[in-house]
Each structure stands twice: as structure tokens, then as C-alpha cells.
Design a protein around this ligand. Structure first.
Ligand code: CP3
Length: 344
């Protein structure tokens, strides 16, 4: 049983007196207790050791008591399990030493037995659930196949991922084969996460917004929709696409339980693009958390007013940035927890 089930109730379409709140990348570098663990263990050791991953997952809950936990892990554990080497280089980010650039490169890319290669993630979920003692629900996640392709082909982070696009445009057959393998693996992986105890799944299409609407419907959305369909009736799925508001109509028609948006789409615009009881999540610009508690409180109240306090989950529009002051984070969460609706 989950004691604070506000988040789950909203995802199930219920009306509530205040919206639930959590924060993308809440388990991470703005927390001194995370930095302490980071000094001792490298990134993938932190992901692969259930004791560490579960501890890091719970750190923000202990400090702020938000309404949901999100498992500490990374979207790039999927390519790793598919036999693609991924390194996390401090101050650089993810590096793929042998990027996929041709059909031939795909020979080495396997669809893994997830219990073998990703069993450590399932163990981390089980351990986190034990440590949470039912306080709040646990979110599991995966990257969209397109967003994973961006890293696998480009070989590292980028603002434009031009090599990933070049690959899709020059070798569509290879691109679709890679996207298909990623989709199959992601479905099995997420089913494993749910079996291990994840209460909700969020899909991150962090780089969907760099595609044209036409290409989004070719290279990203069909694969995401396949994943959403495969998880139907298991747990609620939140579909987050950064810069993807042009695809809102597709998201709205899908079986996702909620749609996450970034700050480039105004709350009222988002509401006008979806059915009246669609659950929306977002969308404060994370840079506001670098300002001051008074401004943050005002912006959060304004945001809740504009989305409406029902069928809504308060979040940032993307992940929290590393240098965010702790008191500002507190102001963000406290404002939502103290929110008093004029009418329920
Ligand atoms: O949200 C959470 O608190 C859960 C943990 C989480 C991490 N990565 C931990 C992490 C989640 C949900 C992710 C998802 C992720 N990883 C995405 C999609 C979400 C998004 O922000 O767009 C992407 C694109 C990645 C890939 C990735 N991992 C990058 C580009 C980087 C380096 C750049 C950066 O932001 O630091 C990572 C590393 C990473 N993943 C860190 C954390 C806490 C920082 C590394 C460190 O502390 O050493």
C-alpha cells in the first residue's frame, strides 16, 4: 500500500485538492549528499549497485518529501545492454566510442535478455521499494528510441545531432532497424521494471524537438506509441517530449496517462490542445530555480492557476540544473504542498 498516493490518483483521472509534485532529475548533482557518493564511485557503478542507486533515489525524498520518487539510473543503460559501449566522462557527458553509422555497424547490436543484462536495475527497484516503505510511488523510466539513437549515432551529446539525422536521411532502412531493436528492448525492459515494482513509467523524448513535425512522425512517435501500447493496462505512462508540442495531438490520442511538456508551450496553449481531463505535467523553466524563493513561489502559483489545479502534475519543464540552491528547491516544493485551491 502506498501512503501518499496523490500522484497515482491524479494519473488515474481523479480530482484532488492540490496537484502532486516531483522534479525531473531530482536525484542528482544539486544535492550535497549525492556529490558525496559521486566522489567515491563512478557513474555506472552508482547505477549498477542497487545499494547506491536506491540510496540516491531516496535522498531527495528524505530532504523534501515530494510526492513521487524516480529511480536513479540512466537512459543509456539500454544501449549498453545492447552491446554498445557507453562511457560517462566527467565534464563531457556520455561518450560512445564506436558509434553506429551504417547497416553493417548494426550487426553487433543485440536485443538482450533483459533479466541478464539489466537485472541490476530490477534489483535496484526492489531495494528502493523496500526502503521507501510505501511512502510515495516510484517512477521507472526509459529514453525514447529516437533520443537513444541520437547518442548511439552521434557518439556524444550535441545541440543538433546532425550525424544522427544524416544517418536517418541517408540510411533510413538501417535507422528503422536500429529504432526497432531499441523499441523491442525498451518494451521488455519496462515490463521488467514494472514487475520489479515501478508504479509509473515516464518516457523521455529529450531530443524529439529537434526533428521537424514530419520527421517526428517517422523517426520518433511510432516507436514511442508502440511502447505506450505495449504497457497499456499495466501502470500509468507519462509521455514527456522536450520541444514536442507540435505532436500534442498524437500524444492526446495515445493511451498515455499524462503528457509532460517544457516551458516553450504555455499552460493555456497546452490545455487548448488536449481533451479537458487530460493530465498534463510540467513546465517551469528550470532556470527559475536559480532566482529566489519569492519569485519561485509566485511563478509556481501562477503556473498552477494557468494549468488548473486538477488533472495536473507540477514539475519543471526539463531537469534541474546542477548549481541550483537548495533553499530555492525547497520553495518550489513547499509552494505546491501549501497550495490551497479556492474550490475543489
Ligand atoms: O531524474 C532523476 O533524478 C533520475 C535519474 C536520471 C538520470 N538521467 C541521472 C543522471 C534520469 C531520469 C536520467 C535520464 C537521462 N539521461 C536523459 C533524459 C532526461 C533529460 O534530462 O533529458 C538523458 C538525455 C540522459 C543522458 C545523460 N546522462 C546525459 C546527457 C548526461 C550528462 C549530462 C548531464 O546532465 O550531466 C547524463 C549523466 C547523468 N544522468 C547524471 C545524472 C544524475 C549526471 C552525472 C553525474 O552526476 O556524474
Amino acid at each position: 500500500m502506498i501512503k501518499n498516493d496523490l500522484f497515482l490518483r491524479v494519473l488515474n483521472g481523479e480530482a484532488t485538492s492540490r496537484p502532486p509534485v516531483w522534479m525531473m532529475r531530482q536525484a542528482g548533482r544539486y544535492l550535497p549528499e549525492y556529490i558525496k557518493i559521486r566522489e567515491k564511485y563512478d557513474f555506472f557503478t552508482r547505477c549498477q549497485t542497487p545499494e547506491l542507486a536506491s540510496e540516491i533515489t531516496i535522498q531527495p525524498i528524505r530532504r523534501y518529501g515530494m510526492d513521487a520518487a524516480i529511480l536513479f539510473s540512466d537512459i543509456l543503460v539500454i544501449p549498453q545492454a545492447m552491446n554498445i559501449e557507453v562511457q560517462m566522462v566527467p565534464n563531457v557527458g556520455p561518450v560512445i566510442p564506436n558509434p553506429v553509422r551504417s547497416l553493417k555497424d548494426l550487426d553487433q547490436v543485440i536485443i538482450p535478455e533483459v533479466n541478464e543484462s539489466l537485472g541490476y536495475v530490477f534489483d535496484a527497484i526492489k531495494m528502493t521499494k523496500e526502503k521507501l516503505e510505501g511512502q510515495v510511488p516510484l517512477i521507472g523510466f526509459a529514453g525514447s528510441p529516437w533520443t537513444l539513437l541520437c547518442y548511439i549515432v552521434q557518439g556524444r551529446g550535441s545541440k543538433v545531432f546532425e550525424l544522427a539525422k544524416q544517418f536517418c536521411f541517408n540510411e533510413p532502412e538501417a535507422a528503422h532497424l536500429l529504432l526497432d531493436k531499441l523499441t523491442e528492448t525498451t518494451i521488455e525492459y519496462l515490463k521488467g521494471k514494472i514487475k520489479a515494482g515501478a508504479d509509473v513509467i515516464q518516457l523521455f523524448d529529450s531530443w524529439g524537438g529537434i526533428l521537424s513535425p514530419e520527421d517526428y512522425l517517422k523517426y520518433s512517435w511510432p516507436y514511442l506509441n508502440r511502447i505506450i501500447d505495449a504497457l497499456e493496462d499495466q501502470v500509468p505512462v507519462i509521455m514527456y517530449g522536450k520541444g514536442c508540442w507540435f505532436a500534442m495531438n498524437e500524444f492526446n490520442k495515445s493511451k498515455a496517462s499524462a503528457i509532460g511538456i517544457d516551458w516553450t508551450c504555455a499552460p493555456k496553449t497546452a490545455r487548448s490542445l488536449v481533451d479537458s481531463k487530460r493530465v498534463l505535467q510540467g513546465n517551469l523553466d528550470p532556470s527559475y530555480l536559480l532566482s529566489n524563493p519569492t519569485l519561485i513561489t509566485n511563478k509556481v502559483n501562477q503556473m498552477i492557476g494557468e494549468f488548473g489545479h486538477q488533472h495536473y502534475i507540477v514539475n519543471l519543464g526539463h531537469g534541474i540544473t546542477p548549481k541550483t540552491p537548495l533553499d530555492n528547491v525547497k520553495a518550489f516544493f513547499d509552494t505546491v504542498k501549501n497550495y490551497q485551491a479556492l474550490e475543489v
